[in-house]
Design a protein around this ligand. Sequence first.
Ligand code: ADP
Length: 492
Amino acid sequence: MCYILSLDQGTTSTRAIVFDQYGKIVGKAQQEFAQIYPRAGWVEHSPRDIIGSAMGVIAEALVRADADISDIAAIGITNQRETTLVWDRKTGRPVANAIVWQCRRTAPLAEKLKEEGFAPFIYERTGLVPDAYFSATKIKWILDNVHGARERAERGDLIFGTVDTYLMWRLSKGRIFATDYTNASRTMLFNIHTLHWDEELLKLFDIPACMLPTVQPSSSFFGVTDKDVIGAEIPVCGVAGDQQASLFGHLCTKVGDVKNTYGTGCFLLMNTGDKAVVSTNGLVTTLGASDGEKPPFVLEGSVFVAGAAIQWLRDELGLISSAAESEAWAHKVADTAGVYLVPAFTGLGAPYWDASARGIISGVTRGTNKAHIIRAVLESIAYQTEDLVSAMQKDAGLRVNALRVDGGASQNNFLMKFQADISGVEIERPEITETTALGAAYLAGLNAGYWKRSELDGLRGGVTRFSPDMSEHKRREKLDGWALAVSRARLR
Ligand code: ADP
């Protein structure tokens, strides 16, 4: 029997999943690891935790699958994006902890770039908006702030990688120094049109080109793991950043296909094919994963606070004792009776981009009860998603007909039905919600010849559908109410 091993290195935990040829999970393991907050707004991970947890979950998932490493036909890797590591080419020793995508330490640098008018130039090359989120400012920070790092980098002794690169480098004992298009497209150093590292951006950020990994298609042969490290030489032949892996895992491979992940936040991605759509609504353009040589363009938008607002109901307000309980509460009332909750706890992202907005509850009357508030929180997740769907439709000039969903909060049937209604789209929730890991497995399995592209649709398994049936009048009325509530959240 042989399998595909998918390694999913996320922000709070690392997972390994063993898939069989039917795309079914036969073994799975997960390990959480420490979040390091050295100062307010700073977030780091220990590189040792990243590789340690990866090795741990690989071993455990194999045991659970009753398999041996030599039963693995190929490895796929998917990872938290943008998180930045710099290490010594010879010794493998990192010069600092990984700077996590959420870390705001380089916000002043990103701000300065905007003030100096670099935003259009950066957007034109990378499809991104200057922000501390992406890797470029984080690499620069390490070179400028870690003693001796810049000289070592210029001598060619230090190398940079996102988490995928670091994992492959470690698993191959330094033989693989590569990344894929999707991860490269999140560094803010990669030209998404020429598919090369951009020399002018490297100059702008003062980053030596010799630090950078080779960039390959997401479904291609990256190299083999080292026998001493995991016990066998297994080909790594699928790599993609988590959101792009999820898009591929949903088989959103046609122009106009869209997926939304409902986790702590939401990530909505649309495949736009050969066309790099220029957004006038604050979305970013990035590269998607494919089984071919050329990556598709993708439009991406995110909601900062989605499932996190449910956690807030549970942990701060104590209105529910578990996230799942929110569904039953929402069903206790026919509607929110005019109550809107805008969870702009950390400002609002696309299409508003208003960092100074803050959360509000509006339309409260003497009759407002707990169920109305809980329902309003769930509805807010759908409204924020709808804001992105609508922005995407405008930017891409395409109508979204269906939304494929995953993530913890996609298990909430009330939320899924309300999303279908408020966006007027069909929602498709697959049985296997481990879509991110599945996407990486598909990419690896296709390149290894384990699966053929035509077989994948058949592996998709059951799908739960939610169809819209709200009248257009009611939908408009609700959306107008949401727009008014958002405008109030922004009144500062
Ligand atoms: P992440 O990968 O961002 O950590 P997950 O995909 O694991 O997130 O989803 C966890 C989030 O989903 C939490 O914020 C939680 O509040 C929310 N969540 C989980 N189950 C439900 C549910 N049944 N209804 C609403 N929200 C839920």
